[in-house]
Design a protein around this ligand. Structure first.
Ligand SMILES: Cc1cc2nc3c(=O)[nH]c(=O)nc-3n(C[C@H](O)[C@H](O)[C@H](O)COP(=O)(O)OP(=O)(O)OC[C@H]3O[C@@H](n4cnc5c(N)ncnc54)[C@H](O)[C@@H]3O)c2cc1C
Ligand code: SF4
Length: 493
């Protein structure tokens, strides 16, 4: 434990953000770094609890009190070793993780929790600046070849771990650059793309081969990939967006969030945009869907100079504090105000969109909406909504971004051609902890298996699936598993 009285002496502080008026002028990240003194103080707030619940809050099982202690002692090598023993990509999670660990922090019971996510980001950025982040693949190769299909966080984590185990890894990616939603979903103002490129370069130095513009099941035959490798990991994500098939859906001006976001990420990286260009400039925008994707549409619309931005959510407004139904240390479904919300948006809950209304040229001109009230079950969960009588009205707008989540992975192509079995939600059927599909030597990880989730879960799934692949190929595996969180004690103490 860094400082016994740290949690009493110091308050939680986050690095300073660039003011809204400045940051909306560009797509750069805008969260600063701590001074040395501030970083030291924030790490000193960790109490090194007898039972550190933050471990179990983190889907990777990050060994948080130990790295906080190393940060306090300014032992960067130790902090980096601890962090990278459970997380291949702290530079991603340190920027965009919703930090369920912080919801489980013991200090969070009666004070603001330790700023774990920021500390994580500082450890990895210091490690990069001190040239500690190096290729890790062993010199002895197993002679086994593994294909990873999809280069999002799940595929990247699986590839990194399998390469570390000595296997030859090829990653197939249908987009022009690797990264999955890290690159073409999450905007640069949350995660600048040089952060991905820096990691990919190290993975390439590790010997991992990336084949981009390679869509397995389309321009690369799926059965050939399976035949030419000793094992295959499916990590293609959950890519089919939820639609809103109401009257007027065919009008011009209504887009899926990902079509909008992907284009803007390409523009920022000076990559040509194909097809119709989508802009929110000088438009009244309504984002339908209240999650992360919707929030990213808000931030992007403001940067493009939208006239007005609204965000509608059909669910009830979440409470600001934990309720009896979401006690510590569970991840609470409380009201989340993101940095994009801070930049300007009118948010409304309990709104049902009934119809898109158009002008004579077939352009969107308004939404027909009603307020709804929800029936709640004994656990406080909303189960059924009813329209509020007399609340129907028109909301003028010329752009709508549909951000209501993703329903399942794409079946046509790889999954169909290989005969991969799906579960009842149409995700790839492969049990957690096993990660094996019904097809011989084919495994699955990330959103494709789990359904739409988080980057931290994708990394966790990629790591765990890699361990199962390694066991399948070698009969045993020395790769770390989150089930062995305390393995670190054996290494360092
Ligand atoms: C706009 C948006 C913002 C988000 N923000 C956050 C956030 O702030 N924090 C957070 O934790 N999570 C966030 N998420 C969720 C997070 O990005 C995903 O949960 C995560 O990326 C899933 O990782 P994955 O590797 O399983 O899949 P993906 O990241 O979707 O990657 C799958 C990859 O597989 C490729 N692929 C698919 N099929 C094939 C094929 N046949 N051949 C070759 N390649 C193929 C795809 O092109 C893609 O690159 C966000 C999601 C979206 C859409
Ligand atoms: S990866 Fe996410 S949940 Fe895990 S320690 Fe980092 S911020 Fe917390």
């Amino acid at each position: 434990m860094g400082k016994v009285t740290g949690f009493q002496e110091y308050n939680r502080e986050l690095p300073v953000k660039t003011p809204v008026a400045e940051r909306v002028k560009n797509y750069n990240e805008f969260v600063g770094l701590y001074s040395d003194e501030k970083l030291n103080q924030q790490s000193a707030r960790c109490m090194n609890c007898g039972i550190p619940f933050c471990h179990s809050g983190c889907p990777l099982g990050n060994v948080i009190p130990e790295f906080n202690d190393a940060v306090y002692r300014k032992n960067w090598d130790e902090a980096y070793q601890i962090l990278s023993s459970t997380n291949n990509f702290p530079e991603f999670t340190g920027r965009i993780c919703p930090a369920p660990c912080e919801s489980a922090c013991v200090l969070g019971i009666n004070k603001p929790p330790v700023a774990i996510e920021e500390i994580e980001k500082h450890i990895i950025e210091i490690a990069y600046s001190k040239n500690m982040v190096k290729p890790v693949a062993p010199l002895i190769k197993t002679g086994k070849k593994v294909a990873v299909i999809g280069s999002g966080p799940a595929g990247l984590a699986a590839a990194a771990q399998l390469s570390k185990a000595g296997h030859s890894v090829t990653v197939y990616e249908r987009d022009d650059r690797p990264g999955g939603l890290l690159r073409y979903g999450i905007p640069d103002f949350k995660l600048e793309k040089w952060v991905i490129d820096r990691r990919i370069q190290i993975m390439e130095e590790d010997g991992i081969e990336f084949k981009c513009n390679a869509e397995v099941g389309k321009n690369v035959a799926a059965d050939e990939v399976v035949r030419n490798h000793h094992a295959v990991v499916l990590a293609g994500g959950s890519t089919i967006p939820r639609n809103l098939p109401i009257p007027g859906r065919e009008l011009k001006g209504i887009y899926f969030a990902m079509d909008f976001l992907k284009q803007q990420n390409k523009r920022v990286s000076s990559i040509a945009v194909e097809g119709e260009e989508i802009f929110a400039t000088d438009k009244d925008v309504v984002v339908i869907g209240g999650g992360d994707t919707g929030s990213d549409c808000v931030g992007t619309s403001n940067r493009q100079g939208a006239r007005s931005v609204r965000q509608f959510e059909v669910m009830v407004q979440p409470p600001e504090q934990r309720t009896a139904h979401m006690p510590w240390p569970t991840y609470p479904m409380v009201l989340k105000t993101t940095s994009s919300h801070e930049e300007g948006v009118e948010r409304s809950w309990g709104i049902n969109t009934k119809e898109f209304l158009g002008d004579a040229e077939g352009n969107l001109r308004a939404l027909k909406v009603t307020d709804v009230s929800w029936e709640i079950d004994v656990m406080g969960r909303p189960i059924k909504f009813n329209e509020v009588e007399g609340s129907e009205r028109e909301i003028p707008c010329q752009r709508v971004f549909l951000a209501m989540g993703f329903v399942n992975p794409q079946f046509e192509g790889t999954l169909e051609q290989l005969g991969v079995e799906l579960d009842e939600r149409k995700n790839v059927k492969a049990k957690e902890g096993v990660y094996r599909t019904n097809v011989s030597k084919v495994f699955a990880a990330g959103d494709m298996r789990r359904g739409q989730s988080l980057v931290v879960w994708a990394i966790s799934e990629g790591r765990e699936a890699a361990r199962k692949v390694d066991e399948f190929l070698m009969g045993h595996s020395n790769l770390e598993s989150k089930d062995a969180v305390n393995q670190f004690d054996q290494v360092f103490y």
